[in-house]
Design a protein around this ligand. Structure first.
Ligand SMILES: *Cc1c(COP(=O)(O)O)cnc(C)c1O
Length: 351
C-alpha cells in the first residue's frame, strides 16, 4: 500500500518503552518505578469519589494543582502547566520550540524519547557527548549546541544517574540563546535541584513528574514551570482536557502528603547507596547516582550477557545497546527484598 503518512513519520522507528511484562513472580527493576505505593491519602480520595461527577469535564487547566505546585517553588499559577505525564509536556515543548529549522541539543547518552520527538518535528538533533568513562558534562556545551533553539538537561541524567554541576547548569541557562529545558524527573532522589533557575532566567523551563518519586507512573501526571510567557504559549498547544478529573484529585492528595513521599524516597536513597557498595564488592563499576537507579557495568563489561542472565532468573533490568552504554545495566532500586534477589543472582555469576 502507498504511504499516506508525512515522510517524517514513515522515517521514525518509534520510541521503545521499557517492558511491562505480564509474568508474575517477576522482579521488575527496569523502568524506574517507585517500589512503594503512593500515600494512603490517595486511597481515601478514591474511596470517597462519587462517580456521578465523571459526567462533567475536568478543569481544563487543573488550576488547583497549578497553585499547589507553584507555591512549592515560590512561583504563581501562571508559571505552571500540567501535563498527562511529563511525556505529554515534552510533546508540547517539541511542537512549540523545534522544527525543520529549529534544532534541539541533547546530551549523549540521555532519555531516548527526545530524538523520537525531534524526528516527528523533522528537527535536527545535536548530540553533546558526556565523558565516556565518567559521564561528566563538557564545559563547552553551549558552544557545541550551536544554533539549536532548545537544549535539554536531564538532571539527574538517565540512564547514567549522575547530575550536572549546578554551576554549569546556571552558566548554560545564562549563555544559551534558546530555551533550556531542565528535566527533573528524578529530583526527589537528588541532593539539590534547579527550580530557582525557572524564576531567574526567562528562557528556562523546569519539568517534574509524578512517575518516579511520587509513586504514580500509572496515573500520568507531570508539570513544568517557568516564565509566564513561555507557559502561556505552551497552553495554546495542549489538548483541551489533557488531565482527567480523577488524576487531578489523586495527584493533589498525594502531593500534600510530602512527609510520606520524603520517607519513601529517603529509604530508596539509602538502599541505593547500599546496593552500590554491594555491586562494587562484586567488581561492578557503578556511576555515583542521584536518582532511583544505578548505572552499573559488570566486571566483564558484558552488559548484554548480564541482562540475559538476570532475565533467565526473572529479574528484569534495562539494557541499552551501544558502544558506551552496552557495557552497563540500568538497575532500578527496588524493595530491600528485590535488591537482595538481584544480588543473589549476580553473585552466582561473579562471586
Ligand atoms: C520517566 C522519565 C520521564 C517521563 O515521565 P512521565 O511523567 O512518566 O511521562 C521524563 N523524563 C525522564 C528523564 C524520565 O526518566
Amino acid at each position: 500500500m502507498k504511504s499516506y503518512f508525512r515522510k517524517e513519520i514513515d522515517a521514525i522507528a518509534g520510541y521503545t518503552p521499557g517492558e511491562q511484562p505480564k509474568m508474575s513472580n517477576l522482579i521488575k527493576l527496569n523502568t524506574n518505578e517507585n517500589p512503594y505505593p503512593p500515600s494512603p491519602q490517595v486511597m481515601e480520595v478514591l474511596r470517597n469519589f462519587d462517580p456521578a461527577r465523571l459526567r462533567r469535564y475536568p478543569d481544563p487547566t487543573a488550576d488547583n494543582l497549578r497553585d499547589l505546585f507553584a507555591a512549592s517553588v515560590n512561583m504563581k499559577r501562571e508559571n505552571v502547566i500540567i501535563g498527562n505525564g511529563s511525556d505529554d509536556l515534552l510533546t508540547m515543548i517539541f511542537r512549540a520550540f523545534t522544527s525543520e529549522n529549529l534544532g534541539v541539543a541533547v546530551f549523549e547518552p540521555t532519555y531516548s524519547l527526545y530524538p523520537v520527538l525531534a524526528a516527528m518535528q523533522a528537527a535536527p538533533v545535536t548530540k553533546i557527548a558526556l565523558d565516556k568513562e565518567t559521564f561528566a558534562y563538557p564545559a563547552d556545551a553551549v558552544k557545541q549546541a550551536g544554533n539549536a533553539n532548545l537544549l535539554i538537561i536531564t538532571r539527574p541524567n538517565a540512564p547514567t544517574g549522575n547530575a550536572a554541576d549546578k554551576s554549569l547548569v546556571r552558566d548554560i541557562c545564562r549563555e544559551f540563546d534558546g530555551i533550556v529545558l531542565i528535566d527533573e524527573a528524578y529530583a526527589d532522589f537528588a541532593g539539590d535541584n534547579c527550580a530557582e533557575f525557572a524564576a531567574e532566567f526567562e528562557n528556562v523551563l523546569v519539568m517534574r513528574t509524578f512517575s518516579k518519586g511520587s509513586s504514580m507512573a500509572g496515573l500520568r501526571l507531570g508539570y513544568a514551570f517557568g516564565n509566564a510567557v513561555l507557559i502561556d504559549g505552551l497552553m495554546k498547544l495542549k489538548d483541551s482536557y489533557n488531565v482527567d478529573m480523577l488524576s487531578q484529585e489523586l495527584a493533589k492528595a498525594n502531593f500534600l502528603d510530602a512527609a510520606y513521599r520524603k520517607d519513601c524516597c529517603a529509604r530508596i536513597i539509602a538502599d541505593r547507596e547500599q546496593l552500590k557498595k554491594d555491586l562494587e564488592k562484586l567488581g561492578f563499576k557503578v556511576v555515583p547516582s542521584q536518582a532511583n537507579f544505578l548505572f552499573a557495568a559488570p566486571p566483564d563489561g558484558d552488559g548484554a550477557g548480564c541482562f540475559k542472565a538476570l532475565r533467565d532468573e526473572a529479574v528484569i533490568v534495562r539494557y541499552f545497546p551501544g558502544e558506551v552504554t552496552g557495557k552497563y545495566l540500568r538497575i532500578t532500586i527496588g524493595t530491600p527484598a528485590e535488591n537482595a534477589r538481584l544480588l543473589e543472582v549476580l553473585k552466582k555469576r561473579f562471586a
